[in-house]
Design a binder for this molecule. Structure first.
Ligand SMILES: CC(C)(COP(=O)(O)OP(=O)(O)OC[C@H]1O[C@@H](n2cnc3c(N)ncnc32)[C@H](O)[C@@H]1OP(=O)(O)O)[C@@H](O)C(=O)NCCC(=O)NCCS
Length: 236
C-alpha cells in the first residue's frame, strides 16, 4: 500500500497538471498518503503557502494575503487544537496543505472550518478532495457535527469538492458558504482514520530514508572523485 502510494505520487509527478482521466485520477489520489502535520513542519507549510500566486492566495484566504500576513497565519497555527494535513512528494516537498480549524469546545453544536491549497502542478488530480475526505473523517471522529467551508463563488473546484461530499452551499453574491452535516463516529470511521495515519507515517519515513540513502551515495561519489583527482596529481 505504501509502495503503491509512492508509485501514485510518481505518476502524478510525471503527468501534466489536470490531464489524467477522472477514474485514474481518483484511483491515484486514493493511494496518496495524507500526513497529519506537526509543529516541525511549520516551515514547510510556510514555504508551500508563500509559493502560491497572488490569485491563489486570494482564493485560499478570501483576500490577497501578503507574505507578512501568511507568516502571521502560519506562526499562529495551533497543531494541538486544530488538524493540519499535508501531502509530500517524493522529494519531501509539501505539495498540498489543509487546515481543519476547530470551533470552541463548549459549542453544543461543535463546528470546524476547512481550508486547503494544492500546488498548481498537482491540481486536478484529486488531492483537494482527498484532503477534504481525510479532514471529514477526523472531524466526524471528534464529534464535530458540522464542517464549514468559506469560498469565493468563482471557486468552482472548492465548491465542487464540498458539493460532492454532500455539503449544502449558500451563495451570497461573490462569496459562498458550504455546510456539511457529519454523522456520529463509527467503528469504520475510527479504523479508517487510524489506518490512513499509519500508512502516511510509514510512507514519510521511507521517503526520509530514501533521501538519506541518496544523499550518502552522493557524498561517497564526491569522495571517490576527489580521491581519483588526488591520486592523479600525486602520480604526475
Ligand atoms: C481548490 C483546490 C484546493 C482544488 O484542489 P484540486 O486537487 O485541484 O481538486 P481535485 O482534483 O480534488 O478536484 C475536485 C473537484 O473539482 C473539480 N475541479 C478541479 N479543478 C476545477 C476547475 N478549475 N474548475 C471546475 N472544477 C474543477 C474536479 O473535477 C473535481 O470534481 P469531480 O471529482 O467531480 O471530477 C485547488 O484548486 C487550489 O489549491 N486552489 C487555490 C486555493 C484555493 O482555492 N483553496 C480553496 C479555498 S479554502
Amino acid at each position: 500500500m505504501v509502495v503503491d502510494g509512492a508509485c501514485a505520487l510518481l505518476r502524478m509527478d510525471r503527468a501534466a497538471p489536470q490531464q489524467s482521466v477522472p477514474g485514474e485520477r481518483r484511483l491515484q489520489a486514493a493511494l496518496v498518503p495524507v500526513r497529519s502535520l506537526r509543529p516541525r513542519h511549520r516551515w514547510a507549510v510556510l514555504a508551500h503557502l508563500l509559493g502560491l500566486s497572488p490569485r491563489d492566495r486570494y482564493l485560499r484566504f478570501g483576500y490577497g494575503a501578503q507574505d507578512a500576513q501568511i507568516e502571521a497565519y502560519v506562526s499562529g497555527l495551533d497543531f494541538d487544537r486544530d488538524q493540519i494535513y499535508g501531502v509530500f512528494n517524493r522529494h519531501l516537498h509539501l505539495i498540498a496543505v489543509a487546515h481543519l480549524a476547530y470551533g470552541p469546545q463548549s459549542d453544543a453544536k461543535r463546528g470546524a472550518e476547512f481550508g486547503v491549497s494544492v500546488s498548481p502542478n498537482y491540481r486536478g488530480k484529486g488531492l483537494g478532495a482527498k484532503l477534504f475526505a481525510r479532514a471529514q473523517v477526523h472531524a466526524q471522529n471528534h464529534h464535530v457535527s458540522q464542517m464549514f467551508i468559506h469560498a469565493l463563488t468563482e471557486n468552482a473546484a472548492m465548491l465542487k469538492i464540498a458539493r460532492n461530499a454532500g455539503a449544502t452551499v449558500q451563495r451570497f453574491g461573490s462569496e459562498s458558504d458550504a455546510y456539511l452535516e457529519l454523522p456520529s463516529p463509527t467503528l469504520t470511521s475510527r479504523m479508517s482514520e487510524a489506518m490512513d495515519g499509519q500508512i502516511a507515517d510509514t510512507d514519510y519515513r521511507l521517503k526520509v530514508q530514501a533521501r538519506q540513502f541518496w544523499g550518502l551515495l552522493d557524498r561517497v561519489r564526491t569522495l571517490r572523485q576527489r580521491l581519483r583527482c588526488w591520486h592523479g596529481k600525486a602520480s604526475e
